[in-house]
Design a protein. Structure first.
Length: 226
């Protein structure tokens, strides 16, 4: 066989060397990202269970409160419509929103002994009983500690309309379910009732108002556990 340069396939050898060189280069960069890569998709931040931060302080965000309103076809629903017929500004949703605010104010005012707020929110008879309890607590050197963590739900349970000489008396029973820390501390600072832990409370509050009378507002007429 003639192996002279005139017959040896030099071009094939050159192609083989180039191919080997390229193979080595590809292996050296194997696994690397080359070219322009797509930007990663942003990850939505999870909500902070502690709430939002305002002026460097965490402000807890209360979950949405569930409103339970009887349908129009029920007896209670019809009575709610009767209230609206005598007061165009009345709606069950607006009423429950007011109860939600009143509940926080009354519970806090009772714990702090805020008689002014209680007098504005309660009927005279209920205020007298609340004031007596506060006075007894103060005389014993006791303190009420109450913290509403969450109001879970508010539901209209019953409605009563009573014709009176000066108008129509309306009474609305509302069941309020909340999570609270509530306890009474003795003069020595030690708990004498309640628990220093979040506890679910179910209360039935009755609000009264005189319809058809200017300046009349809903006031707490009864409060009991339910």
């Amino acid at each position: 066989m003639d192996f002279s340069f005139g017959h040896f396939p030099v071009d094939l050898i050159l192609f083989a060397l180039v191919a080997a060189f390229l193979a080595l280069r590809l292996r050296s960069v194997l696994g690397r990202r080359v070219g322009i890569q797509p930007a990663p998709m942003p990850v939505a931040p999870r909500p902070d269970p502690a709430g939002v931060v305002i002026d460097g302080k965490a402000v807890p965000q209360e979950q949405a409160v569930e409103y339970d309103i009887p349908s129009a076809g029920t007896r209670v629903g019809q009575l709610l419509a009767d209230i609206r017929a005598q007061d165009a500004s009345f709606t069950p949703q607006q009423f429950l929103a007011g109860v939600q605010t009143a509940f926080r104010q009354v519970v806090t005012a009772f714990a702090e002994g805020d008689r002014t707020t209680l007098k504005n929110r309660l009927t005279p008879a209920v205020y007298a009983s609340f004031e007596a309890a506060i006075a007894s607590r103060e005389a014993a050197g006791e303190k009420q500690r109450t913290e509403i963590k969450t109001i879970r739900s508010l539901g209209i349970e019953d409605v009563r309309l009573t014709p009176l000489a000066v108008g129509v008396g309306a009474s609305v029973d509302v069941r309020i379910v909340s999570d609270q820390i509530s306890l009474v501390l003795g003069a020595d600072g030690q708990p004498i009732s309640g628990m220093d832990a979040v506890t679910e409370f179910s209360d039935l509050w009755t609000f009264e108002r005189l319809l058809g009378t200017a300046g009349s507002s809903w006031r707490l007429a009864s409060a009991r556990s339910a």
